[in-house]
Design a protein around this ligand. Structure first.
Ligand code: ASP
Length: 441
């Protein structure tokens, strides 16, 4: 029988109503055998995530400040779900232990992890699946780094004879038994680790959007959903700010060639986005997606005969390295070189870096241009298509947007365009229109 791992995000499990939707989804497909729940998330925009409430409650309890009210509000979140689902489940014992540990000051990671832990118990009870505490199967070393090999061995052995199980997301344990979490949103990572361990056919990640969108919906109205995306394309887009999935969730399944399907709990009929290693499926449009970020700064360095000076680039980059600033792009001409950096990382050291460059390479001039935005146009379809760059630039020209920088990666998977911050949104709209809206017609 096929095996699917299904992870449900916080908003998918925020209330009785959402739990029921998740339950229906799981029960409607017998191959959905391993379930990874997040902690209950927000029920609406003004609501709080249980994880955040746990952090706050722990900070108060461990500091000897009043915390009972907050703890009761957390209990209420679970009671609403347990009662709503008519479960014969009582979490009093669990909550007593949690309270004791909080007062003792057991640690923030333990505190945060209880959201998933309790939700896992509830989910297992609701589905009639076995509950497996993630602390017993997911491991971290002394420094808190995830241990993929030990985890994979332990987890696959443990799950070999378990047909259906609920394993809470987000945490595991160190060898001394203390709880350690992944970074925020880390249940995505747990899902991926479990999918790898059981050689799943598919890792379904259920959330509150119908997949990755071609562009940011705050900029483009009702953008199309990306049907299929490769891991590489996703990496490019995610790096530029498109976030649906935790960055580290890709690695475990990618190595095993297991696809991830992003699905919408509130619209289970939507197919969502399929993330794959590689595919013959032609993308619907020439481009797969557009993403971007504001807040970059360009450092333009000029020096006559720069081209003949061996080691020039290394010396310049060394200055940035000395100040711990990473560079994003480095377009260059014969006698010019531009370094693009994140403005907020750079600002503090601005004058020292300029002085450093003067000392290192004695340039004719160094000038700065701030408030730039970078836009990544990403797509495996661009490789085989002539004229993509031409279309992008004519669209931008028509929208009266000046292009400050162009960088096409050698993989031909993406074209990065630098524009002024003020032109950021208009540029994304223009690119979306020329590829998606125009090709749709
Ligand atoms: N509950 C955790 C968080 O809010 C982890 C997760 O939801 O994936 O970050």
């Amino acid at each position: 029988m096929m095996k699917k791992v299904v992870k449900f995000g916080g908003s998918s499990l925020a209330s009785t109503r959402q739990f029921k939707k998740a339950g229906e989804i799981i029960r409607s497909d017998k191959t959905r055998r391993y379930v990874i729940p997040s902690a209950p998330g927000k029920r609406n925009d003004k609501d709080e995530k249980v994880t955040d409430m746990l952090y706050a409650c722990y900070d108060a309890a461990s500091a000897g400040v009043a915390y009972k009210k907050l703890l009761n509000r957390i209990k209420d979140r679970y009671l609403e779900i347990i009662n709503g689902l008519n479960l014969e489940l009582n979490l009093d014992y669990e909550f007593d232990r949690i309270e004791e540990n909080f007062v003792k000051g057991i640690g923030r990671d333990y505190a945060a992890s209880r959201g998933e832990y309790l939700n896992g118990i509830v989910m297992a009870n609701y589905l009639g699946y076995e509950f497996i505490d993630a602390a017993e199967v997911i491991f971290f070393d002394e420094q808190g780094n995830f241990e993929p090999d030990t985890t994979n061995k332990e987890l696959s052995e443990r799950l070999e004879h378990v047909e259906r199980a609920v394993i809470p997301g987000f945490y595991g344990s160190k060898h001394d038994g203390s709880i350690k979490t992944f970074s925020r949103g880390g249940s995505d990572v747990t899902g991926s680790i479990v999918a790898k361990a059981i050689h799943a056919d598919l890792y379904e990640n259920w959330t509150d959007v119908s997949g990755f969108l071609v562009a940011d919906p705050r900029i483009v109205k009702d953008p199309e959903v990306i049907e299929t995306i490769t891991y590489k394309e996703l990496r490019e887009l995610a790096y530029m700010g498109a976030s649906v999935l935790h960055e580290d969730a890709i690695f475990p399944v990618r190595k095993e060639g297991i696809p991830i399907n992003i699905r919408n709990t509130n619209k289970p009929e939507d197919k969502g986005t399929l993330i794959v290693e590689s595919t013959c499926r032609k993308p619907r449009y020439t481009i797969t997606g557009i993403a971007g970020k504001r807040g970059f700064c360009a450092i333009n360095i000029e020096k006559a005969m720069m081209n003949a000076e061996v080691g020039f680039g290394r010396k310049v980059l060394g200055v940035f390295e000395n100040y711990g600033i990473s560079f994003e792009h480095m377009p260059s001409g014969i006698d010019t070189m531009t370094i693009m950096v994140h403005q907020d990382e750079f600002e503090e050291y601005e004058q020292s870096v300029i002085a450093g460059i003067h000392r290192a390479v004695e340039p004719d001039s160094v000038d700065l241009e701030s408030d730039l935005a970078l836009i990544a146009v990403v797509g495996r379809g661009m490789k085989a298509t002539r004229g993509t760059a031409g279309r992008i630039f004519s669209a931008l020209a028509h929208a009266r947007i000046n292009v400050k920088m162009i960088d096409q990666g050698s993989s031909e998977l993406n074209i990065i365009i630098g524009v002024k911050n003020v032109d950021f949104e208009a540029a994304i709209k223009a690119i979306y229109d020329i590829f998606v809206s125009a090709e749709m017609r």
